[in-house]
Design a protein around this ligand. Structure first.
Ligand code: CTP
Length: 398
């Protein structure tokens, strides 16, 4: 994916700077053209010559050295870049980017570029976990900058924890999934639902389920990266919505989700219903907190609308994808849902399997099509499952 791409690699003053030499080698091996920019403090850790030799390119270390050139250069570089990668990124550079400071060649390039910016933090665990750094990272993400999670383990400062520079090969993989992605969903509107719904019993209690929202959010994120206009309708989760969404609509109950989905259905080309909608809600909401009294209690439940089934009935041009979370007779139940809800295909989750379903970062799914075909996917990160699902949506769009 990186073949022929122009990557500006910013190296900042961390002990991990030496590992970026390997990163340059791997990027070159993938066919990327690499332009290294080093901050002044990075030059204290490793010599520019190392990067010059490996990148087969002059290394930029100081924009004030050749005033006649830099003015043009930082804009030219920013314009030419397909990707600006900052690895390793210190707490200091992260803070500078978050604040919009542009006082050297690297920070000016970051501010001037319209290319994707990827930041790979590497620092002491306490610096990484400091609320100020976390807030700055959050600001970067909100501006559409990709921030790779640091690895955990032994740190050069003697501590063990989060903050380790990831393996260069993992960085290349991460970058590859971002920069090289084909914009194959450009011009398409993708509606995704995620998370659980909450059905209130009284002001302090609700009925819900274990859905974390991770699968739906991964779908939304990958669809954004592939160029789609993404509408994410989500029940309550503890994860941040991905950057670059067209619309984010937080909801609580199944009825609220139904309303939001129906309002956005007509304009959607693709609908993927990853939400775990509560099938029932309490018949009566108690406006005051229910007090404990007597031996037990009964809550009468009424059925929620089946949102996906409604969409199946209304469906015109839309590609409709559902999920099925099953514990017993998974395939039989999923096939029945595929038919009843008039779906193009259904993603089956056997939630009893280790590494699948709720809360997990990985998932094991089977995809069942209308013609009876079943495809078994291996255990993968939810991000990769998301891409696999989107890959399978494409033929229905064309
Ligand atoms: N779904 C929905 N509205 C509901 C229930 C489910 O839109 N009220 C959608 C889910 O988002 C999912 C699919 O239907 O894409 C299947 O959900 P699942 O909970 O597995 O199945 P149910 O239809 O609720 O059937 P059951 O609970 O009996 O297994």
């Amino acid at each position: 994916m990186l073949e022929g791409k122009f990557v500006v690699l910013g190296v900042t003053g961390s002990i991990a700077a030496y590992k970026s030499a390997e990163l340059v080698r791997l990027l070159k091996k993938q066919g990327a053209l690499v332009q290294v920019i080093m901050t002044e403090s990075a030059c204290e850790f490793i010599k520019p010559l190392t990067f010059q030799v490996l990148s087969q390119n002059q290394v930029i270390t100081d924009m004030f050295r050749e005033p006649s050139k830099w003015e043009v250069e930082h804009v030219a570089l920013a314009d030419r870049a397909d990707l600006v990668l900052i690895a390793p990124a210190t707490a200091n550079i992260i803070a500078k980017i978050a604040a919009g400071i542009a006082d050297d060649m690297l920070t000016t390039t970051i501010l001037a570029t319209r290319a994707k910016v990827v930041v790979v933090p590497a620092m002491n665990v306490h610096m990484y976990e400091h609320p100020i750094t976390q807030r700055n990272i959050q600001r970067l993400k909100e501006s559409g900058i990709e921030v790779m999670k640091p690895a955990e383990g032994f740190l050069a400062c003697g501590y063990t924890g989060k903050g380790r520079f990831p393996e260069p090969a993992d960085i290349v993989k991460f970058v590859d999934s971002i920069v090289g992605r084909a914009q194959d969903l450009k011009g398409k509107t993708v509606l995704i639902t995620a998370g659980p719904t909450r059905e209130p019993v009284d002001p302090v209690r609700f009925i819900s389920n274990h859905s974390s929202g991770k699968m739906g959010y991964a779908l939304a994120r990958q669809a954004v990266l592939r160029g789609a206009r993404v509408v994410l309708i989500s029940g309550p989760t503890s994860i941040d919505p991905p950057a670059g969404l067209y619309k984010f609509i937080p909801v609580e109950t199944a009825l609220e989700m139904e309303k939001a989905v129906l309002e956005n259905f007509t304009q959607a080309h693709v609908v993927i219903k990853a939400a775990a909608v509560a099938d029932f809600r309490p018949k009566n909401y108690n406006p005051g907190k229910i007090k404990k009294q007597g031996g037990g209690m009964v809550i009468e439940l009424v059925k929620n609308p089946d949102i996906l089934q409604e969409l199946g009935e209304k469906k015109q041009h839309q590609v409709l994808v559902g999920f099925a979370a099953e514990t017993d007779e998974p395939e039989k139940n999923a096939k029945e849902k595929l038919e009843r809800k008039n779906l193009d295909f259904i993603v089956l989750n056997d939630v009893t399997q280790e590494g699948a379903g709720f809360g997990s970062d990985t998932n094991i799914v089977k995809i069942i099509y209308r013609d009876g075909r079943t495809e078994i996917l291996p255990k993968m990160l939810k991000r990769d499952v998301a891409d696999a699902i989107l890959d399978r949506v494409l033929p229905y769009l064309n």
